[in-house]
Design a protein around this ligand. Structure first.
Ligand code: NAP
Length: 159
C-alpha cells in the first residue's frame, strides 16, 4: 500500500490538528496522486478538510472508533476493517494523520513525500525515513519554490 505525506524539515506533519504551512503546489500534487483512488484517513484529519467533508473524486475510508455515519464516506472502525475494505479497491493510499500513518506503517511499502524546507512547530510526526535503513529514496525531484519556500517531491520505497 502507498502513503502520501508532506513533511517539514524535522519530519513534523502537523500541529494542533492542522498543517501549519500548506503549499498550493503540494495540494495539487496530492489531488493528482489520489484522484480516483481509495484513501484511508483518520477522523481527526477528516475534520481538518474543507467543511470537514470527505474528499471528492476519491473513496474515503474514514477510521473512527465512534458509531457514526459520514455522508460521502465509508466508515471503518479498526485497522483490520480498513485493510479489508482497502483490498476492494484497485488503488488505496494512506493519507494520515499521524496515528493512522503509525498504525498502517507495516503495510506501507511506498511513500510519496513532499519535503518542505521549513520547521514550524509540530506535535505530529512521520517516521524519519532517511534514518531508517529499511527505506530508500528512489526518486527525488528538483527543489522548487513557492512564495519563497523551497519544497521537493520525493518517493521512498521499502528495501
Ligand atoms: N502533513 C501531512 O501530509 C498530513 C496529512 C494528514 C494529517 N496531517 C496532520 O496530522 C495531524 C492529525 O493526526 P492525529 O494522529 O491527531 O489524528 P488522525 O490520525 O487523523 O485521526 C485520529 C482518529 O482516528 C481514529 N482512529 C485512530 N486509530 C484508530 C483505530 N485503530 N481504530 C479506530 N479508529 C481509530 C480515532 O477517531 P475517533 O476519535 O473518532 O474515534 C482517532 O481519534 C494533524 O495535525 C494533521 O494536520 C498531516
Amino acid at each position: 500500500m502507498d502513503a502520501i505525506v508532506a513533511v517539514y524539515a524535522d519530519w513534523g506533519i502537523g500541529d494542533g490538528g492542522t498543517q501549519p504551512v500548506v503549499l498550493k503546489a503540494d495540494r495539487a500534487h496530492f489531488r493528482e496522486l489520489t484522484k480516483g483512488a481509495a484513501v484511508i484517513v483518520g477522523r481527526r484529519t477528516l475534520g481538518d478538510f474543507p467543511g470537514g467533508k470527505p474528499l471528492k473524486g476519491r473513496d474515503n475510508l474514514v477510521v473512527t472508533r465512534q458509531d457514526i455515519e459520514i455522508p460521502g464516506a465509508r466508515v471503518v472502525h479498526s485497522t483490520e476493517e480498513a485493510l479489508a475494505a482497502a483490498a476492494e479497491y484497485e488503488r488505496c493510499l494512506v493519507i494520515g494523520g499521524a496515528s493512522i500513518y503509525r498504525q498502517f506503517f507495516p503495510h506501507i511499502n511506498r511513500v510519496f513525500i513532499t519535503k518542505i524546507d521549513l520547521t514550524p512547530h509540530s506535535d505530529s510526526f512521520f517516521p524519519n525515513l532517511d534514518e531508517d535503513p529499511a527505506w530508500v529514496c528512489t526518486e527525488s525531484g528538483p527543489w522548487l519554490e513557492e512564495d519563497g519556500l523551497r519544497y521537493q517531491f520525493c518517493t521512498y520505497e521499502r528495501v
